[in-house]
Design a protein around this ligand. Structure first.
Ligand code: SF4
Length: 239
């Protein structure tokens, strides 16, 4: 199988089974998504979604968040990971939006990464989700699933993985592919115990093939007969 055929297989599969994939973070506008993505670093989307309604009620825009104290922001985000740093980042981010970007979330990745708390991954998420740009945000799920499926080869860093993915994915598919790989990693191809028996991609998966000769639970006929797509449907109401 050539690398192009491999990408084609994966794109065809997800296009058919997850045409509507999108972020699990709750938001109503670009500012709220930016805040939610900053909060989601090293934290689950579920946890972030629990605290953002109160946070957005209190600070609905860059002006109100910039005017708040770090302590006020901290008190509303204390249950996420690294609340001290994130409170400082949110205030700094809001101040910069106000000062340099007319209170709007900028479109360009070069501008987004200037904001406190915004690295390349966060910038790519905003560019992709808000502005529908061909930007591939590589988080831990995207990195792992891409490597297992052979979409990336020997990538050592998220940036290397991003470059390889961008080389072969059609631009129009990139925003969707980001969510495909995240959701697959979150609900099927988990880090420790991937549900390979139920995974519809196993016939092309390098990780699965590598394990085939080894005695593992993968070779046992388990009760996991349902397809990967149906697992996601159950666990993820987005689809
Ligand atoms: S076969 Fe297993 S390792 Fe490969 S993508 Fe599916 S769940 Fe992940």
């Amino acid at each position: 199988m050539t690398i192009k055929e491999r990408y084609g297989f994966v794109v065809d599969y997800f296009s058919k089974h997850r045409p509507q994939a999108e972020t699990e973070l709750a938001y109503n506008n670009p500012f709220e998504l930016l805040v939610a993505v900053i909060l989601s670093a090293q934290c689950t989307d579920k946890r972030v979604n629990l605290i953002t309604p109160a946070l957005f009620r209190q600070f609905p825009d860059a002006e109100s968040m910039a005017a708040a104290s770090v302590e006020e922001i901290f008190s509303l985000i204390r249950s996420v990971s690294y609340p001290n740093n994130k409170a400082k980042h949110l205030k700094g981010m809001a101040e910069m939006l106000l000062r340099d970007f007319n209170s709007e979330v900028p479109e360009r990745i070069e501008d987004l990464v200037k904001l406190p708390g915004v690295g390349r991954k966060t910038a790519n998420v905003i560019a992709s989700v808000v502005f529908n740009q061909a930007a591939m945000a590589v988080d831990t799920h995207v990195f792992r699933v891409s490597a297992r499926l052979g979409l990336t080869r020997n990538a050592k860093t998220p940036l290397e993985a991003e470059k390889q993915l961008m080389k072969y994915l059609p631009n129009a598919i990139v925003p969707l592919a980001h969510h495909w790989l995240i959701l697959h990693g979150r609900y099927v191809c988990m880090a420790r115990n991937p549900a390979c028996t139920a995974c519809d991609l196993k016939e092309i998966c390098l990780h699965f093939k590598g394990k085939k000769g080894i005695k593992t639970s993968l070779s046992k006929p388990t009760k996991a007969k349902q397809s990967a797509a149906s697992i996601v449907k159950k666990k993820n109401k987005l689809i």
